[in-house]
Design a protein around this ligand. Structure first.
Ligand code: DP6
Length: 345
């Protein structure tokens, strides 16, 4: 007999960034963070998990290609899930012993993984929920976020739709370092995002390695984690709850810049943004100046691609201006967002 479960998880893009760990095994962060989940029609991972007594080893396939399932991060997630399943099997004598069977996990992204668009976040979130569903675990999204965090820190926020937070927590075992819902997507239906792909190349320094270097060498980072982010968390949550786009935009841009300043303050310095990224920043600034208020906000993760947030009513001013800057539109398009490719020469 084959047991099977499928699920989707969305990509999330942080507006208050996670950067720095106090525990590299458990992915426990040095500051809390907040994100906006992108529409699943546009950017998501679909994962099917199955198990049967016939399988001889655990396997993981991403977009048709075999992946290393033995990585410590994936194993940490699977170990937790299997142990929860064992507890369930111990309680219910009739439950099939799925915890003893090997797993086959098949994932598909509907966006180019190579573009470095937070694929690990959606990937681990979908993996954890698919296996949890397969195991029929009574686990809440909060509990699953604790597990997904061990796969990739930012993945914990993808267990929630809409506006999600990740509280850093204080405990050494990470039990209080979990994600939470600030508001569902339906709370602010006018929110839109456009992604400008400034380079589809793989990033130079992975976020995992980059943040470790920053923690080890940057004094600016200490200031960010201790003084800057804690204040911004409250302000940003309030802006989300009140649908205050101007405050949301100002804080989003400030936090992206503060994060990239910490990267620059790292030894050796890390450059994630490139000339195309900076052109996108200038373009946003020009659009906001023209409008007389902030109608768009850029943010950059550990790579050169810009995510620009705006509201539906400002679609023509924001997207129209970007289109004219970039010329031909070549990316994907979906009902709640678009991506324009601006590949670097
Ligand atoms: C810049 O979650 O990819 O996107 O925990 O080592 O897997 P690991 O790091 P990861 O880091 C994401 C960093 C970021 C900011 C964010 O998503 O909050």
């Amino acid at each position: 007999e084959v047991y099977r479960a499928s699920t989707y998880a969305p990509v999330n893009i942080a507006v208050i960034k996670y950067w720095g760990k106090r525990d590299t095994k458990l992915n426990l962060p040095t500051n809390s963070s907040l994100s906006v989940t992108l529409s699943q029609d546009d950017l998501r991972t679909h994962t099917t998990a199955s198990c049967s007594a016939q399988l001889s080893k655990d396997t993981l396939l991403l977009n048709g290609e075999g992946q290393d399932i033995s990585s410590t991060r994936t194993q940490a997630c699977l170990r937790e899930l299997r142990s929860l399943r064992q507890q369930l099997e111990a309680k219910h004598a009739t439950a099939p012993k799925l915890s003893q069977m090997k797993l086959k996990i098949v994932s598909e992204n509907n966006f180019p993984t190579a573009a470095g668009l937070a694929s690990s976040a959606a990937g681990f979130a979908a993996l954890v929920r698919a296996v949890a569903d397969l195991y029929q675990l009574p686990a809440s999204p909060t509990e699953l976020s604790r597990i997904a965090r061990q796969g990739s820190g930012s993945a914990c926020r993808s267990l929630f739709g809409g506006y999600a937070g990740w509280q850093m927590g204080e405990k050494d075992d990470g039990s209080d370092s979990v994600a939470y819902e600030v508001a569902p997507a339906s709370h602010w239906p006018a929110m839109r995002a456009i992604i400008l792909v400034a380079s589809a190349e793989k990033k130079d320094v992975s976020s995992t390695a980059g943040m470790q270097q920053t923690v080890a060498t940057s004094a600016l980072f200490q200031h960010r984690a201790n003084n800057v982010v804690p204040k911004r968390m409250n302000m940003m949550e309030k802006a989300m709850k009140e649908r205050d786009f101007e405050t949301f935009a100002t804080l989003t841009m400030k936090d992206s810049n503060n994060f990239h300043a910490c990267c620059l303050d790292t030894e050796p310095p890390i450059f994630y943004m490139n000339e195309t990224s900076r052109a996108a920043v200038r373009m946003c600034e020009a659009i906001n100046k023209e409008a007389g208020r902030s109608i768009c906000a850029y943010t950059f993760d550990a790579g050169p691609n810009a995510v620009v947030y705006y509201l539906k009513d400002d679609e023509s001013s924001v997207v129209g201006t970007f289109k004219s800057m970039l010329g031909e539109k070549t990316g994907w398009e979906g009902p709640r967002g678009q991506a324009i490719k601006a590949l670097q020469k």
